[in-house]
Design a protein around this ligand. Structure first.
Ligand SMILES: O=C(O)C(=O)C[C@]1(C(=O)O)C=C[C@@H](O)C=C1
Length: 355
């Protein structure tokens, strides 16, 4: 037994030596690429997505797809940091799902900037105080994040990436039993995502919406009888016990985040384009507006309407389509849509989220 253990550990030591040499050789290439980029952006989401997709196709295990992407996102993050330290803004405080999404996308953020509101995240990127921003845009249970859509209407920023994050909520508290919980703090969206569970298990507890789940965890840590709905990371950060886990009503509960940038992204081969469209408010106008997509074989993955804010019962449409705006089919469809719409704004073309 001891002998077998030693043999495996000797093998691991030998492999680690090779890995160390290899990751440093990789890092050297990244550093050289950095000096070739001149004034262009250092972060290339399309290339990072291609690297991950290729490795996922090659992976034969035993490491899972999630493990492989996490490891290589970490490797790329460290290689990228030799080219430039990127600052990334997202909704704080520490322990939010936005922080998790930013860490997932960038393989760890070396210079995080925690903001109080989604508006602040946009402002930080717009003013050049940070390189990138990460904002939630929709949840599979609760639908669109209205504030993000409203801000996308007026911003000059571009969407350069999307991150999908499976959301598992936990009931965190220092109260010993569920019966002693009198108040549950969480962001309104999280309270809604756990609606049925709360009805069944905590019917008498008061539900109190707060600015973020992490803020709820902070409050729960200092108040007798209080609990919060938040992530495991929030439990660690605020020293709370996990009284119940995965309390979301839909086990597939997922939130989609957008990465905001001041630059466009080249095609990666598997891309999505987000559009903002407006048309005259007449019968059949939206059907007519979207017809060129079908005509050119472009699939639509999302259609969301939102009040335009400059006329009663006037709407704009947020449309996600497959492909990059430089792809011939989408470029032709966009040109035809442009002739029918009162507004066409390409919010960004970016790589599809990698697991
Ligand atoms: O290929 C590049 O442009 C690199 O800078 C290398 C690298 C990587 O580590 O693979 C690092 C940063 C970029 O975002 C993309 C990829």
């Amino acid at each position: 037994m001891d002998d077998a253990l030693k043999q495996h550990r000797d093998q691991i030591d030998a492999i680690d030596e090779q890995l160390l040499k290899l990751v440093n050789a990789r890092a050297q290439h990244a550093r050289d690429i950095g000096s070739l980029k001149g004034e262009g952006p250092i972060y290339r989401p399309e290339r990072e997505a291609q690297v991950l997709r290729r490795l996922l196709a090659l992976n034969q295990g035993p490491l899972s797809a999630e493990a492989v992407t996490a490891i290589f996102r970490g490797v790329m993050s460290n290689c990228r940091a030799l080219e430039k330290q990127l600052s990334v803004a997202f909704l704080g405080p520490a322990g939010t799902y936005s922080e998790e999404a930013a860490n997932k996308q960038f393989g760890g953020v070396s210079a995080p900037v925690l903001c109080n509101t989604i508006d602040d995240v946009f402002r930080m990127v717009e003013s050049g105080k940070v390189d990138y921003g990460v904002v939630p845009v929709e949840n599979s249970t609760e639908g669109a994040v209205g504030r993000t859509l409203d801000l996308l209407m007026s911003t000059q920023l571009r969407i350069c990436g999307e991150v999908t994050l499976p959301i598992h909520h936990n009931l965190l508290t220092n109260t010993a039993t569920r019966e002693q919980v009198t108040t549950v703090y969480a962001h309104a969206q999280s309270l809604a995502q756990c609606h049925a569970w709360l009805n069944q298990h905590l019917p008498n507890a008061q539900r109190q919406a707060v600015s973020s789940n992490a803020e709820g965890a902070r409050l729960a840590a200092s108040e007798a009888g209080a609990a919060a709905i938040a992530s495991r990371r929030a439990a660690e950060l605020f020293t709370l016990n996990v009284l119940a886990e995965s309390i979301e009503d839909d086990p597939k509960n997922t939130t989609r985040f957008l990465v905001l940038a001041t630059h466009d992204v080249a095609p990666s081969g598997q891309d999505k384009t987000s559009l903002l469209l407006a048309t005259r408010n007449i019968p059949g106008a939206i059907v007519d507006l979207l017809a060129p997509l079908a005509l050119h074989g472009v699939s639509m993955s999302k259609l969301e309407s939102r009040p335009s804010r400059n006329g009663l019962w006037e709407y704009v449409f947020f449309v996600d389509v497959e492909g990059h705006c430089q792809d011939a089919a989408l470029a032709s469809a966009l040109q035809e849509i442009g002739q029918r719409a009162s507004l066409v704004k390409v919010l960004g073309s970016y790589p599809l989220a990698v697991a």
